[in-house]
Design a protein around this ligand. Structure first.
Ligand SMILES: [Zn+2]
Length: 136
């Protein structure tokens, strides 16, 4: 099995307060990439839904998916009537779940490098709209 070396946090780029399910996010990914992108999707209520096993390759950071766990929270833009601009929309429950998942991966894969999507070299996106290094 490929060693797990990285964990990358993403947002789904859905509008604040819109309660998209992990199944919907996964359906969009399958339409765009032919597979589920992430290993986990964290819904607004904080539920973490597993969408890939850790030994399955994700499709979430261009050119860097081997050994890279992807976790995506639902949200990440302001509401449509405010122009759907990048916004940290994490609910308190989502924050709690993201912290828990990251802690679990750090315990399970010592030395794992935890990044936000935007922290990868050459990425010009705002995703996940918060500073993973200081927040998680
Ligand atoms: Zn992303």
């Amino acid at each position: 099995m490929t060693p797990i070396t990285h964990l990358t946090i993403h947002c789904a780029a859905t509008p604040e307060g819109r309660d998209n399910s992990a199944a919907e996010v996964t359906r969009w990914d399958i339409q765009r990439f032919g597979q589920a992108s992430y290993h986990w999707v964290v819904e607004l209520d904080g539920d973490a839904i597993r969408t890939l096993r850790d030994d399955q390759k994700g499709a979430h950071v261009a050119g860097h998916n081997t050994g890279n766990i992807g976790i995506c929270y639902v949200g990440g833009t302001s509401t449509l009537n405010t122009g759907a601009k990048p916004k940290d929309t994490r609910t308190p429950k989502q924050r709690e779940t993201l912290r828990r998942l990251v802690a679990e991966y750090r315990a399970k894969y010592p030395g794992i490098i935890v990044l936000g999507h935007r922290d990868w070299p050459g990425v010009s996106k705002a995703c996940p709209i918060f500073d993973v290094k200081t927040a998680l």
